[in-house]
Design a protein around this ligand. Structure first.
Ligand code: GLN
Length: 543
């Protein structure tokens, strides 16, 4: 079969869950036995979100091949069986970068390079590029219809239908249908306006997904259908749900997948949603609650730790427990009594990844509290590095121990900047220049060997693992022996034995730091072993 193409646009406001909608559509197509892939277009000029502050844009999601991508790719991977790569996220910056490079090379043979057709052609080539070997490409356009920045993308997906044929392309528009309590009514006007905007640039949506807090009555659907020029059964209620993992099933009950395959003229097997029913049961039924503290910097914004929050939830699902997340801003942990006060209800403590100096000492204080009070602790990337620093300072007596990231002149650089590193193809790379910035991160999946016995081994139950990285600094092996002697166990190492990837502590029920980000590989149908084990220990510790 030739590939079919679904385009997901958003209207009215942002944050309507367009990414989750696209991911859920993918999940439903997989339930029907189809092979899907995703593409996310982001209208900003950054070439990728790697340089962007998580405060502004949310988490930077890392793929196996080391691409720094939009967090929606995390939803896509969590909801389906796809493994995404650099090719599956594309920004305005990346498009222009490539067009300008071609222009400088003389590829346009003296022509005037313009948004239409050159930029739009470049956008379309990115769509074609991911279509090989899949039944359906689901492309999500970032931003909201009406934004200046997203116009070239919308123009490109309009043109794409002419090229691919109308039976192979489907447009789905996600809008908001707010309930106004004073009028006691659901309002369809914002949806009408948004669709009008879309139609004015030549795109007639085939299906409208209406985000709302209640099921849309027939009359409301009929009204939207009439004004927006779609079939009544193409108006789908996207009702708020308790768990985000209910979305595929809610969509299915509304007839969304049936409508999609019907419109795209695809014959499929009967959808099998049993896996999703199981996921929903484990996400919504638990009576137990476990409180997990995340001690970090971007604590105001749950979006900044999206994959982490999900991975913790998955760990809870595997242990029949709901998770209460306690976000603690490490800058508020100025003294030990602050730590006790803020963290006393936590059954387990996580210090997640991060960059920059702010709040570092507060995080170290929280780690010390977890270590000394036998509270289960999971340190991720920066969290692992700080656990090593805490241990070096307070157990091994290495006064002033630090990471070169925060104190380049530290007498004990237990975490240091390596002037060389190996890329994913095992080629030695040199870091140039004075500062360790700019394209010098260890990124993407790397192998790690786990040693027996230990809590990492108990969790993974396997020797060779692959996990995703995003950092510049590493454990300094010069200190390995002295720290080992005091009870630090390097239980995960790179296969060549050069890099410490996991550390644990001897006399502690569950204390683990990993240099990688396990949260990027946790999915609801298969919660990540480290999160399962960490939550299990957190529950055990509180019983
Ligand atoms: N800032 C640290 C480094 O670059 C940790 C990065 C992270 O936690 N992702 O090594």
């Amino acid at each position: 079969m030739r590939s079919k193409f679904i385009f997901v646009t958003g209207g009215v406001i942002s944050s309507l869950g367009k990414g989750l909608a696209a991911a859920s559509i993918g999940a439903l197509m997989e339930c029907r036995g189809l092979k899907v892939t995703f593409l996310k277009f982001d209208p900003y000029i950054n070439v990728d979100p790697g340089t962007m502050n998580p405060f502004q844009h949310g988490e930077v999601y890392v793929t196996d091949d080391g691409a720094e991508t939009d967090l929606d790719l995390g939803h896509y991977e969590r909801y389906t069986h796809v493994t995404l790569s650099k090719a599956n996220n594309c920004t305005t910056g990346k498009i222009y970068n490539s067009v300008i490079t071609k222009e400088r090379r003389g590829d346009y043979l003296g022509g005037t390079v313009q948004v239409i057709p050159h930029i739009t052609e470049e956008i379309m080539s990115n769509i074609r590029n991911v279509a090989d070997g899949v039944d359906i490409v689901i492309t999500e356009i970032g931003g909201t219809v009406g934004d200046i920045e997203s116009l070239p993308f919308l123009e490109a997906i309009r043109q794409f239908k002419l090229e691919a044929g109308k039976e192979n392309v489907l447009y789905i528009h996600v809008t908001l249908v707010p309930y106004i309590p004073t009028a006691g009514e659901l309002k369809t006007k914002p949806t009408q306006h948004s669709v009008k905007e879309l139609r004015s640039i030549g795109i007639q949506p085939d299906i409208i997904l209406c985000r709302t807090d209640r099921f849309l009555p027939k009359e409301v659907k009929a009204k939207i259908a009439l004004f927006c020029n779609v079939d009544v059964d193409a108006v789908i209620t996207a009702k708020d749900v308790e768990s985000i993992y209910e979305v595929p099933v809610v969509f299915h009950k509304e007839g969304l997948d049936e409508k999609i395959v019907d419109r795209l003229n695809i014959w499929t097997k009967t959808p099998d949603l049993s896996e999703w029913e199981k996921i929903i049961a484990s996400a919504t039924l638990p009576k137990k609650t476990t409180t997990i503290a995340i001690v970090g910097k971007y604590v105001d914004l749950t979006e900044s730790y999206k994959s982490l929050n999900e991975a913790i939830t998955h760990g809870g699902m595997a242990n029949d427990s709901r998770i209460e997340l306690l976000f603690v801003d490490s800058e508020t942990l100025e003294t030990d009594s602050d730590v006790i006060e803020r963290l006393k209800t936590a059954n387990g403590i996580i210090v997640p990844g991060g960059f920059g100096n702010r709040g570092i000492e507060g995080k170290i204080r929280a780690i010390r509290y977890a270590r000394e009070n036998n509270i289960p602790f999971l340190g991720i990337c920066l969290g692992m590095q700080l656990a090593v620093i805490e241990f070096a300072r307070h157990v091994a007596g290495l006064e002033g121990a630090h990471s070169e990231e925060f104190d380049p002149k530290t007498p004990h650089p237990v975490i240091y900047w390596m002037s060389t590193w190996r890329d994913q193809e095992d080629n030695l790379q040199k870091r140039e220049g004075e500062t360790p910035m700019g394209g010098t991160m260890r990124l993407g999946a790397y192998p790690c060997n786990i040693s027996k016995p230990g809590i990492a081994w108990d969790a993974y139950q396997t020797e060779n693992i692959h996990e995703r990285h995003r950092h510049r600094y590493e454990f300094n092996n010069k200190y390995l022996d002295v720290l080992k002697e005091k009870g630090l166990i390097p239980s995960g190492m790179s296969p060549d034995g050069d890099l410490v990837e996991i550390v644990e502590l001897k006399n502690h029920p569950w204390f683990l730091g990993c240099q990688f980000h396990p949260e990027f590989k946790s999915v609801p149908r298969a919660p990540h072993p480290l999160f399962v084990a960490f939550i299990q220990a957190s529950i055990a510790g509180s019983e």
